[in-house]
Design a protein around this ligand. Structure first.
Ligand code: APR
Length: 311
């Protein structure tokens, strides 16, 4: 069995463990700083396995040594922004947490692939790349699958069509300026623009952009975790099974789309080599403008990170 370590056994981390174990994709190690909590969640999930007839091992721990020999490391550890905390404060705190998670796990799993979920996502993936010194193929950020899935869900709600027929592609930074590509998105091959009235489509795009905030406003005490953890599970599966799956992920840019030295949401090929390739779409003028606006905003967060943290 393959081995996946999840750093941060909070809502996203433990739900990812649930999806992974349920699909028997790997044995799972849940790591957290809180004593007892990862052990308790790990044991509870392990005890569910006989009921659903799956043989995955799940263990919770506070000790990075237990992550030894992981094929994939998923980083969800971090704190959420609290009232009174500036974006820079959040950036500094989460950079400390993610930096430690990255370097500690690398000691025990020098061959692992890294999937980063902690926000601000694009910069935390960048930090992981720099802290580990790994090639870009092995450090990927999760965001685009989630944003695209939200758009797919809203299209399904609007049209009543199966989610399986609905393909949506949302690129760019994981924030309000994300880039939903309505021209490339379709229902059973029919462009969304031909299927859904323009005003309805615009409403779907707006709801997608604010999708994270919508959940936060409803939950009040946290952010989304079912869909983000399902997204990371799809990424892990694509790598473990060498699926060559094309999905939007945050990838380290080396000239693609005219961007350099930053993480950004673009379509990538996921397979046994990790982030094997960045796929380049042809944009029209409107799409290019949206893409560049989002890139400028993500670049700013990268610069803020570089000022706050020594990388
Ligand atoms: N090492 C390990 N775990 C840590 C550390 C650390 N240094 N610091 C905090 N954690 C743990 C917390 O104890 C908590 O259990 O990270 C976990 C985070 O879990 P939640 O607070 O439940 O947050 P969650 O909803 O899972 O989101 C985690 O993923 O999607 C992103 O924006 C989200 O950045 C957030 C992250």
């Amino acid at each position: 069995m393959k081995k996946i370590s999840i750093i941060g056994a909070g809502m996203t981390g433990s739900t990812a463990a649930h999806w992974l174990a349920e699909r028997e994709l790997a044995d799972v190690v849940l790591v957290d700083v809180v004593e007892g909590m990862p052990q308790g969640k790990g044991l509870d999930l392990l005890e569910a396995m006989p009921i659903i007839g799956k043989d995955a091992q799940i263990v919770g721990t506070n000790d990075y040594a237990d992550t030894k020999g992981s094929d994939i490391v998923i980083i969800t550890a971090g704190v959420a922004r609290k009232p009174g905390m500036s974006r820079d404060d959040l950036l500094t705190i989460n950079a400390g947490i993610v930096g430690t998670a990255a370097t500690e796990t690398l000691k025990y799993s020098p061959d692992a692939f890294y999937i980063v979920l902690t926000n601000p996502l694009d910069t935390m993936a960048y930090l992981t790349l720099k802290k580990t010194g790994l090639p870009r193929e092995r450090v990927i950020g999760q965001a685009g699958i989630l944003d695209s899935a939200r758009m797919r869900a809203f299209v399904a709600l609007e049209t009543g069509v199966s989610v399986e027929n609905i393909q949506c592609y949302v690129l760019g930074g994981h924030g309000d300026e994300m880039v939903p590509l309505t021209r490339h998105s379709n229902i059973a091959g029919i462009p969304l623009r031909d299927y859904i009235p323009a005003d309805k489509l615009e409403a779907i795009v707006n709801r997608t952009r604010k999708g994270g905030g919508e959940i936060v406003n409803l939950l009040k005490t946290g952010s989304a975790y079912y869909a983000p953890s399902a997204a990371v599970t799809q990424m892990a599966e694509a790598i473990l099974k060498d699926k060559k799956l094309i999905v939007p992920c945050a990838a380290y840019m080396q000239g693609e789309y005219g961007l350099n030295d930053m993480y950004f949401g673009v379509p990538v090929v996921l397979g046994a080599g990790g982030m094997e390739k960045i796929v380049e779409y042809k944009f029209d003028a409107d799409e290019k403008a949206m893409f560049e606006k989002s890139a400028a905003s993500v670049k700013e967060t990268h610069e803020a990170l570089k000022k706050l943290v020594n990388i």
